[in-house]
Design a protein around this ligand. Structure first.
Ligand SMILES: [Zn+2]
Ligand SMILES: [Zn+2]
Length: 368
């Protein structure tokens, strides 16, 4: 995936130059930042995580092209995830470059500590509802906070919507879902898409119950919007692996992977289960940070199924009586106390989603 010893250089159709800079965001977890030189703009797209190794990698990558941090004119963030904005705290002290971010990720960058405190509370409530015991919750929250502790709030210079999604030579598109303020940037025939579409992995999903403008519903909308917007681009650069050259095929694969996982979650709900139980069914046992990531994914999938009317909460009485009880879900047509008819439930379905039964008893939940 990531090659550490060569910086590949590319040119857009009008001759703007683009370099891909690999940074080791966390041990054995690589990300890409991009250096773009176009007319008198010297732009860094994304910044790595802010870890010592990540900052060193970034500086070394720029130095290899004869660029000092002080030469940067702009830093444009694709989205508010730590492996993309974390380097800002280091960079802010070393460059006067104007920093830009989308409005919906502004708080992550500029009021980081307050946002982390609030999000930790919401995450704790989510994990409790999912059925994770208190001790394990504390462990997972500790890991969550640890990854964000490298960073401290940094002021930004402008936001994207306020500039009509046009920043100098770049055209921007808002693509929420993987992150609320996620954007893609287009320069001539080259597109930078952050983590919206990756070449080898399906981007992480987290429920919009935790953070508005995340969740599968927003993500699928963004995928199809992005597919149309980026049509004709020769290269799609992303945050973690090789450039994508066949975007329609990659989008279809990502949607199919997501559909498969969501269908597995639905199948696991043939009997009443908590999110923890669904996660065990779909992913098996998980340790460390992965345990947090998979419960967020399953949370997003089940939220999507509830939104589509395919899954219901079945322990309402218990939830009323015991504020600490975990939520139990079940496939709607198998739920013990259904009140609406199935025919009713299947009308008004979300575009791109079919709730049709397959012969094996599972359902095709996402059309790619
Ligand atoms: Zn991300
Ligand atoms: Zn990322």
């Amino acid at each position: 995936m990531v090659s550490t010893n060569s910086l590949d250089q590319h040119q857009t159709s009008t001759g703007a130059r683009v370099w891909r800079l690999p940074v080791e965001a966390f041990p054995n977890f690589w990300a890409y930042a991009y250096l773009v030189q176009v007319e008198d703009w010297v732009v860094l797209i994304d910044t790595g995580s802010g870890s010592e190794g990540s900052n060193a990698g970034l500086e070394a990558g720029l130095a290899a092209e004869g660029v000092r941090l002080a030469d940067l004119t702009h830093i444009l963030l694709t989205h508010g995830h730590i492996d993309h904005y974390g380097g800002l705290a280091y960079l802010r002290e070393r460059t006067k470059a104007a920093i830009g971010v989308h409005e919906l990720d502004l708080g992550t960058i500029t009021t980081h500590e307050a946002r982390l405190a609030i999000l930790s509370r919401k995450l704790e409530a989510f994990l409790a509802q999912a059925g994770i015991p208190a001790e394990r919750r504390a462990e997972l929250l500790g890991m969550y906070r640890f990854t964000k502790a490298l960073y401290h709030s940094v002021p930004v210079d402008f936001t994207y919507e306020a500039r009509d999604m046009r920043i100098g030579p770049f055209e921007l598109l808002h693509v929420p879902g993987h992150c609320p303020g996620h954007v893609a940037l287009k320069l001539d025939d080259i597109v930078f898409c952050g983590d919206l579409v990756l070449k080898h992995v399906t981007p992480h999903q987290s429920p919009e119950e935790l953070t508005p403008f995340m969740g599968v519903r927003h993500y699928l909308d963004s995928l199809s919007l992005f597919g149309r917007w980026a049509d004709g681009a020769s290269l799609i650069f992303n945050g973690h692996d090789d450039p994508i050259t066949d975007l329609p095929a990659r989008i279809a694969t990502v949607a199919a992977n997501l559909s498969r996982r969501i269908t597995q979650a639905l199948d696991a709900l043939s009997e009443p289960r908590t999110l923890v139980q669904v996660t065990e069914q779909v992913y098996g046992p998980m340790n460390g940070y992965n345990a947090l990531l998979v419960i967020e994914k399953i949370g997003a999938y089940v939220e999507f199924l509830v939104q589509r009317g395919l899954v219901e909460i079945v322990n309402t009485k218990e939830l009323e009586d015991d504020p600490g009880a975990a939520i139990k879900y079940c496939r709607a047509e198998l739920a013990p106390s259904r009140s609406t008819s199935r025919a009713q439930r299947q009308t008004g379905a979300y575009p791109g989603v079919s709730s049709g039964q397959r012969t094996d008893g599972s359902a095709n939940v996402v059309k790619s």
